[in-house]
Ligand binder design. Structure first.
Ligand SMILES: *[C@@H]1O[C@H](CO)[C@@H](O)[C@H](O)[C@H]1NC(C)=O
Ligand SMILES: *[C@@H]1O[C@H](CO)[C@@H](O)[C@H](O)[C@H]1NC(C)=O
Ligand SMILES: *[C@@H]1O[C@H](CO)[C@@H](O)[C@H](O)[C@H]1NC(C)=O
Ligand SMILES: *[C@@H]1O[C@H](CO)[C@@H](O)[C@H](O)[C@H]1NC(C)=O
Ligand SMILES: *[C@@H]1O[C@H](CO)[C@@H](O)[C@H](O)[C@H]1NC(C)=O
Ligand SMILES: *[C@@H]1O[C@H](CO)[C@@H](O)[C@H](O)[C@H]1NC(C)=O
Length: 409
């Protein structure tokens, strides 16, 4: 008898749930019923955009306004221009934007809070923050056409380097960055350089660079001060170069000259991707929930007067891998994002503008691997990138990976 009572109980309960669902779905109906009301807000339900106190955020507000297609349209002659113009608050109408962006911005000292006490490299960044184009002084215009098969490369390796790092570049050429055909895929390597200038106390290396480039034909150099806070300019200049000189590259790896890259592993990974995954690919060592560093002594220090807010998810600049298709979209997105002094965070911001986020791949070890695995050849077999490695280590690890006698479980 007990089981019958229990069964009855369950049936009753099911009926109650059904009735409940029925009531809820009726009252939440599409507005055709008698009881649907138009809710008129009693107070203003939007808030006015107010100028940010932080300089970068303010520049971004202005850029969002300038690049807003709706406003551009209503400001045009054919739709009653007068109406829209009167509505634009003065602080958004930046007349400074019309002067030469590559001349030091004289608004900066008076518009950035505490400017005079900022470190020199931050002042330099702020003065030239609007400049996105520096002259290309060493180019490889045909490097993506003169490949072994005459086809655009499957993988373009772009290495951020600094003029004095001759040994690192040479080690990369002799190991993971060897251009040509690898596992039946075309690989092209370029090194991205600015100028190591006398202002930064660099010796004049231009003769040696010329020799290096005559021999290897893989240097791209733009004429600007190659400093940490100018790496974002390097990023944007490279995206522009790729769109112009190497638009057919299927995938791009961009990274530092002190990382070891398992190029074979990367090719295997890329071959296994499906079409849609390959199109939007952006993988690396992803950092989430990070914000600006407020400690003045740290290289990444960003004061409140420059930026407020959190960083979007971004892939550590030691090295990341993305599709050629996405490279084109990132170049477009970059025009909508004010330059930020930290290059990898900047690319995270551009991805966010595109509605994308970088994906974490555990093979990217920009924070290194455990000491006990450092000299274990098999540890590198399953990884795609390890930071940081000396030129000698690069040669050694590459030899291990290419040894036919190497057997790993
Ligand atoms: C606006 O349109 C009118 C008529 O089409 C034209 O005569 C005038 O030059 C335009 N003004 C501007 C500022 O483009
Ligand atoms: C922006 O300012 C300039 C000069 O002050 C003025 O001529 C122009 O009409 C303003 N533009 C808008 C859209 O308000
Ligand atoms: C190498 O790649 C080409 C073109 O992608 C293809 O036609 C050929 O079959 C491949 N060869 C091998 C050995 O996989
Ligand atoms: C780079 O800087 C050095 C030293 O300041 C200078 O001699 C050289 O002309 C510069 N090179 C380029 C390409 O501008
Ligand atoms: C970036 O390069 C430009 C052009 O050489 C230079 O004027 C500026 O000071 C540099 N910025 C930084 C942060 O080094
Ligand atoms: C690259 O930059 C140059 C100089 O700013 C510009 O003229 C050119 O249109 C850019 N190319 C692309 C593909 O955006």
């Amino acid at each position: 008898m007990a089981w019958l009572r229990r069964k009855l109980k369950v049936v009753m309960m099911l009926m109650m749930v059904n009735l409940f669902i029925f009531i809820v779905s009726r009252s939440g109906g599409t507005g055709k019923g008698e009881d649907s009301k138009v809710v008129v807000p009693s107070k203003r339900f939007w808030s006015k955009l107010t100028p940010s106190q932080a300089f970068w955020n303010l520049q971004q507000q202005k850029l969002d306004f300038q690049r807003n297609p709706v406003l551009a349209y209503t400001n045009s002659n054919d739709t009653g221009a007068g109406v829209a113009i009167g509505l634009i608050p003065d602080w958004l109408n930046d007349t400074g934007m019309t002067s030469d962006p590559c001349q030091p911005d004289d608004h900066v000292p008076s518009h950035v809070g505490g400017y005079s006490s900022l470190p020199a490299h931050l002042k330099d960044f702020l003065l030239y923050m609007r400049c996105r184009s520096y002259p290309l002084v060493v180019d490889q215009p045909d490097i993506c056409q003169t490949t072994p098969g005459g086809e655009p490369p499957f993988l373009l390796l772009a290495v951020k380097s600094l003029a004095p790092h001759f040994d690192r570049r040479q080690a990369i050429r002799q190991s993971w960055g060897r251009a040509g055909v690898l596992a039946n895929k075309t690989v092209v390597t370029v090194f991205l350089l600015g100028n190591a200038t006398a202002v930064d106390h660099h010796p004049d290396l231009s003769e040696m660079l010329r020799y290096e480039n005559d021999r290897h034909r893989d240097i791209l150099q733009w004429n600007y001060r190659d400093t940490f806070f100018n790496l974002t300019a390097k990023e944007v200049l490279f995206l522009n170069w790729t769109a112009t000189r190497c638009p057919g590259a299927q995938f791009i790896f961009k990274g530092d000259d002190d990382v070891f890259v398992n190029t074979l592993g990367i090719l295997v990974f890329l071959e296994g991707l499906s079409g849609s995954k390959a199109k939007d690919l952006f993988v690396g060592d992803v950092i989430t929930n990070a914000g600006p560093q407020r400690n003045k002594k740290v290289k990444y220090f960003i004061p409140e007067s420059l930026f407020v807010g959190m960083y979007p998810a971004y892939a550590g600049g030691g090295g990341y891998l993305f599709s050629g298709d996405l490279a084109r979209r990132l170049l477009v997105a970059s025009r909508y994002v004010a330059l930020y002094p930290i290059d990898d965070v900047y690319i995270g911001m551009c991805l966010q503008k595109l509605g994308l986020a970088p994906e974490k791949h555990k093979g990217f070890r920009t924070f290194g691997i455990e000491e006990k695995y450092r000299r274990n050849p098999c540890a590198y077999k399953s990884l795609l990138l390890v930071h940081s490695r000396t030129p000698q280590e690069m040669i050694q690890i590459w030899a291990w990976l290419n040894d036919p006698k190497l057997t790993c479980q």
